[in-house]
Design a binder for this molecule. Structure first.
Ligand code: NAD
Length: 368
Protein backbone atom coordinates (compact mmCIF):
# COMPACT_ATOMS: atom_id res chain seq x y z
CA UNK A 1 0.00 0.00 0.00
CA UNK A 2 1.36 3.44 -0.88
CA UNK A 3 1.68 5.86 2.05
CA UNK A 4 -1.02 8.56 2.03
CA UNK A 5 0.16 12.08 2.50
CA UNK A 6 -2.40 14.59 3.70
CA UNK A 7 -2.57 17.69 1.56
CA UNK A 8 -5.04 20.53 2.11
CA UNK A 9 -5.60 22.58 -1.05
CA UNK A 10 -6.93 26.12 -0.64
CA UNK A 11 -7.39 27.85 -4.02
CA UNK A 12 -8.67 31.13 -2.52
CA UNK A 13 -9.62 34.09 -4.71
CA UNK A 14 -8.95 35.61 -8.14
CA UNK A 15 -6.32 33.67 -10.10
CA UNK A 16 -5.85 31.38 -7.07
CA UNK A 17 -8.15 28.70 -8.46
CA UNK A 18 -6.64 28.94 -11.96
CA UNK A 19 -3.08 28.38 -10.79
CA UNK A 20 -4.09 25.72 -8.25
CA UNK A 21 -5.93 23.81 -11.02
CA UNK A 22 -2.61 23.40 -12.80
CA UNK A 23 -0.94 22.09 -9.64
CA UNK A 24 -3.76 19.56 -9.24
CA UNK A 25 -2.98 18.29 -12.75
CA UNK A 26 0.71 18.03 -11.80
CA UNK A 27 -0.24 16.05 -8.69
CA UNK A 28 -2.35 13.65 -10.78
CA UNK A 29 0.51 12.98 -13.20
CA UNK A 30 2.86 12.53 -10.28
CA UNK A 31 0.58 9.99 -8.60
CA UNK A 32 0.23 8.11 -11.89
CA UNK A 33 3.97 7.79 -12.41
CA UNK A 34 5.04 7.13 -8.84
CA UNK A 35 3.63 4.74 -6.26
CA UNK A 36 2.60 7.74 -4.17
CA UNK A 37 -0.87 8.91 -3.34
CA UNK A 38 -1.87 12.20 -1.82
CA UNK A 39 -4.90 12.31 0.40
CA UNK A 40 -6.04 15.65 -1.00
CA UNK A 41 -8.83 17.73 0.46
CA UNK A 42 -10.07 21.09 -0.85
CA UNK A 43 -11.14 23.94 1.40
CA UNK A 44 -12.20 27.58 1.44
CA UNK A 45 -10.12 30.56 2.51
CA UNK A 46 -10.24 34.31 1.85
CA UNK A 47 -13.03 36.14 0.06
CA UNK A 48 -14.74 32.98 -1.21
CA UNK A 49 -14.94 31.73 2.36
CA UNK A 50 -16.32 35.06 3.57
CA UNK A 51 -19.01 34.97 0.86
CA UNK A 52 -20.06 31.43 1.70
CA UNK A 53 -19.50 31.23 5.46
CA UNK A 54 -19.23 34.84 6.68
CA UNK A 55 -15.60 34.40 7.72
CA UNK A 56 -12.34 34.36 5.71
CA UNK A 57 -11.13 31.35 7.72
CA UNK A 58 -13.62 28.86 9.13
CA UNK A 59 -12.84 26.53 12.05
CA UNK A 60 -13.22 23.62 9.64
CA UNK A 61 -10.53 24.92 7.28
CA UNK A 62 -8.27 25.74 10.22
CA UNK A 63 -8.67 22.25 11.70
CA UNK A 64 -8.02 20.66 8.32
CA UNK A 65 -4.87 22.79 7.99
CA UNK A 66 -3.65 21.76 11.44
CA UNK A 67 -4.21 18.09 10.60
CA UNK A 68 -2.65 18.19 7.13
CA UNK A 69 0.99 17.34 6.42
CA UNK A 70 1.06 20.40 4.17
CA UNK A 71 -1.24 23.17 2.96
CA UNK A 72 -1.09 24.40 -0.62
CA UNK A 73 -2.64 27.83 -1.13
CA UNK A 74 -3.37 29.90 -4.27
CA UNK A 75 -3.99 33.53 -3.26
CA UNK A 76 -6.55 35.63 -1.43
CA UNK A 77 -8.04 39.09 -1.82
CA UNK A 78 -9.77 41.30 -4.31
CA UNK A 79 -11.59 44.61 -4.72
CA UNK A 80 -14.92 42.92 -3.97
CA UNK A 81 -13.91 42.69 -0.29
CA UNK A 82 -12.12 46.05 0.02
CA UNK A 83 -14.93 47.56 2.11
CA UNK A 84 -15.45 44.58 4.40
CA UNK A 85 -14.40 45.17 8.07
CA UNK A 86 -10.70 44.51 8.60
CA UNK A 87 -11.14 41.27 10.61
CA UNK A 88 -13.29 39.76 7.84
CA UNK A 89 -11.04 40.70 4.95
CA UNK A 90 -9.56 37.84 2.91
CA UNK A 91 -6.01 38.76 4.02
CA UNK A 92 -7.08 38.49 7.69
CA UNK A 93 -7.96 34.84 7.04
CA UNK A 94 -4.50 34.12 5.65
CA UNK A 95 -2.76 35.97 8.50
CA UNK A 96 -4.75 33.98 11.07
CA UNK A 97 -3.99 30.72 9.29
CA UNK A 98 -0.24 31.46 9.37
CA UNK A 99 -0.45 32.48 13.04
CA UNK A 100 -2.50 29.48 14.22
CA UNK A 101 -0.15 27.13 12.37
CA UNK A 102 2.80 28.81 14.12
CA UNK A 103 4.65 29.38 10.85
CA UNK A 104 7.74 31.24 12.03
CA UNK A 105 10.11 30.58 9.12
CA UNK A 106 9.33 31.95 5.70
CA UNK A 107 11.41 30.51 2.87
CA UNK A 108 11.65 32.46 -0.35
CA UNK A 109 13.94 31.10 -3.02
CA UNK A 110 15.09 33.47 -5.74
CA UNK A 111 16.23 31.47 -8.73
CA UNK A 112 16.81 32.87 -12.15
CA UNK A 113 16.48 30.39 -14.97
CA UNK A 114 18.81 31.19 -17.88
CA UNK A 115 15.74 31.39 -20.20
CA UNK A 116 14.43 34.37 -18.19
CA UNK A 117 17.70 36.14 -17.35
CA UNK A 118 16.79 38.87 -19.86
CA UNK A 119 13.69 39.82 -17.80
CA UNK A 120 15.72 40.84 -14.75
CA UNK A 121 16.43 44.49 -14.03
CA UNK A 122 20.11 43.51 -13.60
CA UNK A 123 22.52 42.49 -16.36
CA UNK A 124 21.79 38.90 -17.34
CA UNK A 125 25.33 37.67 -16.54
CA UNK A 126 24.82 38.82 -12.93
CA UNK A 127 21.62 36.82 -12.46
CA UNK A 128 21.66 33.93 -14.94
CA UNK A 129 21.74 30.72 -12.88
CA UNK A 130 21.10 32.60 -9.62
CA UNK A 131 19.88 30.27 -6.88
CA UNK A 132 19.53 31.75 -3.40
CA UNK A 133 17.17 31.17 -0.52
CA UNK A 134 16.02 33.79 1.96
CA UNK A 135 14.83 32.49 5.33
CA UNK A 136 12.84 35.25 7.02
CA UNK A 137 11.67 35.15 10.64
CA UNK A 138 7.91 35.61 10.30
CA UNK A 139 6.18 35.84 13.67
CA UNK A 140 8.38 38.12 15.79
CA UNK A 141 10.23 41.42 15.56
CA UNK A 142 9.00 44.92 15.01
CA UNK A 143 5.75 43.95 13.24
CA UNK A 144 4.47 42.38 16.46
CA UNK A 145 6.42 44.04 19.31
CA UNK A 146 4.63 46.02 22.05
CA UNK A 147 4.35 48.86 22.90
CA UNK A 148 3.27 50.32 19.62
CA UNK A 149 0.97 53.17 18.63
CA UNK A 150 0.67 56.86 17.93
CA UNK A 151 0.09 59.33 20.80
CA UNK A 152 -0.45 63.06 21.06
CA UNK A 153 2.43 64.73 22.86
CA UNK A 154 0.97 68.26 22.94
CA UNK A 155 1.50 71.34 20.84
CA UNK A 156 -0.05 69.60 17.83
CA UNK A 157 2.77 67.05 17.80
CA UNK A 158 2.43 63.29 17.75
CA UNK A 159 4.78 60.47 18.61
CA UNK A 160 4.79 57.04 16.90
CA UNK A 161 6.40 53.97 18.40
CA UNK A 162 7.12 50.44 17.18
CA UNK A 163 9.11 47.96 19.22
CA UNK A 164 11.62 45.46 17.89
CA UNK A 165 11.77 42.44 20.22
CA UNK A 166 13.47 39.06 19.79
CA UNK A 167 13.97 36.30 22.31
CA UNK A 168 16.91 33.95 21.99
CA UNK A 169 14.55 31.06 21.22
CA UNK A 170 12.89 32.93 18.35
CA UNK A 171 16.31 33.57 16.83
CA UNK A 172 17.65 30.08 17.54
CA UNK A 173 14.79 28.18 15.88
CA UNK A 174 14.92 30.18 12.64
CA UNK A 175 18.72 29.82 12.54
CA UNK A 176 18.31 26.04 12.80
CA UNK A 177 15.90 26.08 9.85
CA UNK A 178 18.42 28.06 7.79
CA UNK A 179 21.23 25.66 8.69
CA UNK A 180 19.12 22.64 7.76
CA UNK A 181 18.22 24.23 4.42
CA UNK A 182 21.86 25.00 3.71
CA UNK A 183 22.70 21.34 4.33
CA UNK A 184 20.48 20.44 1.36
CA UNK A 185 22.11 23.18 -0.73
CA UNK A 186 25.60 24.76 -0.99
CA UNK A 187 26.27 24.72 2.78
CA UNK A 188 26.69 28.49 3.12
CA UNK A 189 24.64 30.76 5.40
CA UNK A 190 24.74 34.55 5.72
CA UNK A 191 23.13 35.70 8.96
CA UNK A 192 21.94 39.28 8.47
CA UNK A 193 21.21 41.94 11.13
CA UNK A 194 22.38 45.38 12.29
CA UNK A 195 24.47 44.39 15.31
CA UNK A 196 26.37 47.68 14.90
CA UNK A 197 23.35 49.77 15.93
CA UNK A 198 20.63 47.47 17.34
CA UNK A 199 20.46 45.39 20.54
CA UNK A 200 18.33 42.76 18.77
CA UNK A 201 21.13 42.62 16.20
CA UNK A 202 23.71 41.96 18.94
CA UNK A 203 21.64 39.10 20.37
CA UNK A 204 20.89 37.78 16.85
CA UNK A 205 24.64 37.60 16.10
CA UNK A 206 25.43 35.89 19.44
CA UNK A 207 22.76 33.23 18.93
CA UNK A 208 23.66 32.75 15.26
CA UNK A 209 27.28 32.16 16.25
CA UNK A 210 26.36 29.59 18.90
CA UNK A 211 23.91 27.76 16.58
CA UNK A 212 26.59 27.81 13.86
CA UNK A 213 29.01 25.98 16.20
CA UNK A 214 26.72 22.94 16.00
CA UNK A 215 26.95 22.83 12.19
CA UNK A 216 30.64 22.37 11.41
CA UNK A 217 29.77 21.49 7.78
CA UNK A 218 28.12 24.90 7.16
CA UNK A 219 30.09 28.09 6.44
CA UNK A 220 28.41 30.81 8.51
CA UNK A 221 29.07 34.49 7.83
CA UNK A 222 27.55 37.57 9.46
CA UNK A 223 26.53 40.57 7.40
CA UNK A 224 24.91 43.92 8.17
CA UNK A 225 21.51 44.30 6.52
CA UNK A 226 22.43 47.46 4.60
CA UNK A 227 25.51 45.76 3.16
CA UNK A 228 23.39 42.72 2.28
CA UNK A 229 20.98 44.94 0.30
CA UNK A 230 23.94 46.36 -1.60
CA UNK A 231 25.53 42.95 -2.20
CA UNK A 232 22.22 41.55 -3.49
CA UNK A 233 22.26 43.95 -6.42
CA UNK A 234 26.07 43.98 -6.83
CA UNK A 235 26.81 40.26 -6.82
CA UNK A 236 23.76 38.15 -5.87
CA UNK A 237 25.38 34.86 -6.85
CA UNK A 238 27.71 35.06 -3.81
CA UNK A 239 24.74 33.97 -1.62
CA UNK A 240 23.35 30.53 -0.89
CA UNK A 241 21.10 30.93 2.21
CA UNK A 242 20.36 34.29 3.86
CA UNK A 243 18.68 34.22 7.28
CA UNK A 244 17.31 37.39 8.80
CA UNK A 245 14.59 38.97 10.93
CA UNK A 246 11.04 39.87 9.95
CA UNK A 247 11.61 43.47 8.85
CA UNK A 248 14.91 42.98 7.02
CA UNK A 249 13.57 39.76 5.50
CA UNK A 250 10.53 41.57 4.15
CA UNK A 251 12.71 44.10 2.35
CA UNK A 252 15.53 41.81 1.24
CA UNK A 253 13.22 39.10 -0.11
CA UNK A 254 11.34 41.60 -2.30
CA UNK A 255 14.67 42.94 -3.51
CA UNK A 256 15.89 39.40 -4.32
CA UNK A 257 12.55 38.63 -6.00
CA UNK A 258 13.03 41.40 -8.53
CA UNK A 259 16.37 39.92 -9.55
CA UNK A 260 14.47 37.04 -11.06
CA UNK A 261 12.20 39.11 -13.32
CA UNK A 262 8.62 38.05 -12.61
CA UNK A 263 6.20 37.71 -9.75
CA UNK A 264 4.56 34.80 -11.56
CA UNK A 265 7.69 32.69 -11.06
CA UNK A 266 8.23 33.02 -7.29
CA UNK A 267 7.27 30.24 -4.87
CA UNK A 268 7.39 30.31 -1.06
CA UNK A 269 7.10 28.06 1.96
CA UNK A 270 6.32 28.87 5.59
CA UNK A 271 7.34 26.36 8.21
CA UNK A 272 6.45 25.83 11.87
CA UNK A 273 8.02 24.11 14.86
CA UNK A 274 9.28 20.54 14.48
CA UNK A 275 7.22 17.95 16.41
CA UNK A 276 8.60 14.88 18.18
CA UNK A 277 8.45 12.94 14.89
CA UNK A 278 10.55 15.58 13.11
CA UNK A 279 7.55 16.90 11.14
CA UNK A 280 6.74 20.56 10.70
CA UNK A 281 3.50 22.33 9.91
CA UNK A 282 3.91 23.85 6.48
CA UNK A 283 2.13 26.18 4.07
CA UNK A 284 3.21 26.50 0.45
CA UNK A 285 2.03 29.38 -1.71
CA UNK A 286 3.16 31.62 -4.55
CA UNK A 287 4.51 35.04 -3.55
CA UNK A 288 2.02 36.85 -5.80
CA UNK A 289 -1.53 37.86 -4.88
CA UNK A 290 -4.88 37.16 -6.51
CA UNK A 291 -4.21 39.43 -9.52
CA UNK A 292 -7.80 40.64 -9.99
CA UNK A 293 -6.75 42.48 -13.18
CA UNK A 294 -6.23 39.20 -15.05
CA UNK A 295 -8.47 36.77 -13.09
CA UNK A 296 -10.69 34.48 -15.16
CA UNK A 297 -8.88 35.27 -18.42
CA UNK A 298 -6.50 32.32 -18.64
CA UNK A 299 -3.52 34.69 -18.46
CA UNK A 300 -2.12 33.77 -15.04
CA UNK A 301 1.31 32.18 -14.85
CA UNK A 302 0.94 28.99 -12.74
CA UNK A 303 4.69 28.33 -12.43
CA UNK A 304 5.10 30.04 -9.02
CA UNK A 305 2.41 27.76 -7.60
CA UNK A 306 3.81 24.67 -9.32
CA UNK A 307 7.25 25.52 -7.90
CA UNK A 308 5.62 25.92 -4.47
CA UNK A 309 4.46 22.31 -4.79
CA UNK A 310 8.06 21.36 -5.69
CA UNK A 311 9.10 22.97 -2.39
CA UNK A 312 6.41 20.91 -0.66
CA UNK A 313 7.84 17.71 -2.16
CA UNK A 314 11.31 18.71 -0.96
CA UNK A 315 10.67 20.12 2.50
CA UNK A 316 7.58 18.26 3.76
CA UNK A 317 7.84 14.92 1.97
CA UNK A 318 11.64 14.75 1.57
CA UNK A 319 11.29 13.86 -2.13
CA UNK A 320 14.19 15.97 -3.34
CA UNK A 321 14.78 14.15 -6.64
CA UNK A 322 11.14 14.53 -7.66
CA UNK A 323 11.17 18.20 -6.59
CA UNK A 324 14.18 18.70 -8.87
CA UNK A 325 12.38 16.91 -11.71
CA UNK A 326 9.40 19.25 -11.36
CA UNK A 327 11.67 22.31 -11.31
CA UNK A 328 13.45 20.95 -14.38
CA UNK A 329 10.11 20.41 -16.13
CA UNK A 330 9.27 24.11 -15.63
CA UNK A 331 12.72 25.10 -16.94
CA UNK A 332 12.32 22.80 -19.98
CA UNK A 333 8.98 24.37 -20.91
CA UNK A 334 10.53 27.84 -20.77
CA UNK A 335 13.56 26.65 -22.74
CA UNK A 336 11.14 25.42 -25.41
CA UNK A 337 10.01 29.05 -25.77
CA UNK A 338 6.56 28.91 -24.16
CA UNK A 339 5.54 31.99 -22.17
CA UNK A 340 2.51 33.34 -20.33
CA UNK A 341 1.89 37.06 -20.87
CA UNK A 342 3.76 38.23 -17.75
CA UNK A 343 7.06 36.72 -18.96
CA UNK A 344 6.50 37.14 -22.72
CA UNK A 345 9.60 37.99 -24.76
CA UNK A 346 10.11 38.68 -28.45
CA UNK A 347 10.18 35.57 -30.60
CA UNK A 348 8.56 33.37 -27.93
CA UNK A 349 5.16 31.64 -28.03
CA UNK A 350 2.33 33.13 -25.95
CA UNK A 351 0.29 30.45 -24.17
CA UNK A 352 -2.54 30.34 -21.63
CA UNK A 353 -2.49 29.17 -18.01
CA UNK A 354 -3.89 25.77 -19.05
CA UNK A 355 -1.54 25.33 -21.98
CA UNK A 356 1.59 25.97 -19.94
CA UNK A 357 0.21 23.73 -17.16
CA UNK A 358 -0.33 20.95 -19.70
CA UNK A 359 3.22 21.32 -21.06
CA UNK A 360 4.72 21.23 -17.55
CA UNK A 361 2.76 18.01 -16.89
CA UNK A 362 4.08 16.43 -20.10
CA UNK A 363 7.67 17.49 -19.36
CA UNK A 364 7.37 16.27 -15.73
CA UNK A 365 6.00 12.91 -16.86
CA UNK A 366 9.02 12.43 -19.15
CA UNK A 367 11.41 13.09 -16.27
CA UNK A 368 9.75 10.79 -13.74
P1 NAD B 1 -0.74 40.81 -7.19
O1 NAD B 1 0.45 39.98 -6.89
O2 NAD B 1 -2.04 40.13 -7.14
O3 NAD B 1 -0.57 41.45 -8.66
C1 NAD B 1 0.46 42.39 -9.00
C2 NAD B 1 0.66 42.39 -10.53
O4 NAD B 1 1.30 41.17 -10.93
C3 NAD B 1 -0.67 42.42 -11.31
O5 NAD B 1 -0.49 43.19 -12.48
C4 NAD B 1 -0.92 40.98 -11.67
O6 NAD B 1 -1.67 40.81 -12.87
C5 NAD B 1 0.50 40.44 -11.84
N1 NAD B 1 0.57 39.01 -11.43
C6 NAD B 1 0.55 38.51 -10.17
N2 NAD B 1 0.61 37.19 -10.21
C7 NAD B 1 0.67 36.82 -11.49
C8 NAD B 1 0.73 35.57 -12.16
N3 NAD B 1 0.75 34.41 -11.51
N4 NAD B 1 0.76 35.56 -13.51
C9 NAD B 1 0.74 36.71 -14.20
N5 NAD B 1 0.69 37.93 -13.64
C10 NAD B 1 0.64 37.98 -12.29
O7 NAD B 1 -0.71 42.06 -6.19
P2 NAD B 1 -1.78 43.23 -5.97
O8 NAD B 1 -2.37 43.61 -7.28
O9 NAD B 1 -1.07 44.24 -5.16
O10 NAD B 1 -2.90 42.58 -5.05
C11 NAD B 1 -4.12 42.02 -5.55
C12 NAD B 1 -4.84 41.36 -4.39
O11 NAD B 1 -4.07 40.25 -3.92
C13 NAD B 1 -5.05 42.28 -3.19
O12 NAD B 1 -6.32 42.03 -2.66
C14 NAD B 1 -3.96 41.87 -2.22
O13 NAD B 1 -4.30 42.12 -0.89
C15 NAD B 1 -3.87 40.39 -2.50
N6 NAD B 1 -2.58 39.76 -2.17
C16 NAD B 1 -2.64 38.51 -1.66
C17 NAD B 1 -1.46 37.83 -1.40
C18 NAD B 1 -1.57 36.42 -0.91
O14 NAD B 1 -2.60 35.79 -1.08
N7 NAD B 1 -0.51 35.85 -0.34
C19 NAD B 1 -0.23 38.43 -1.64
C20 NAD B 1 -0.19 39.71 -2.18
C21 NAD B 1 -1.39 40.37 -2.45
Amino acid sequence: MPIARKLLVLPGDGIGSEVIDQVCRVIKIYEEYRAISFDTKNGLVGGVSYDELGTPLSDETLNDALEADAVLLGAVGGVKWDNVERQHRPEAGLLRLRKEMGLFANLRPATCLPALAGSSSLKSELVSGLDLLIVRELTGGVYFGEPRGITDIGGGEKRAIDTQIYTSNEIRRVLHVAMEMARKREKKVHSVEKANVMETGVLWRQIATSVGEGYSDIALEHMYADNCAMQLVRNPKQFDVIVTDNLFGDLLSDCAAMLTGSLGMLPSASLGEEDSFGRRKALYEPVHGSAPDIAGQGKANPIATILSFAMCLRYTFDLDEDAKALEQACADVLDAGLRTADIMQEGKTLVSTEEIGEEVCLAFGKLL
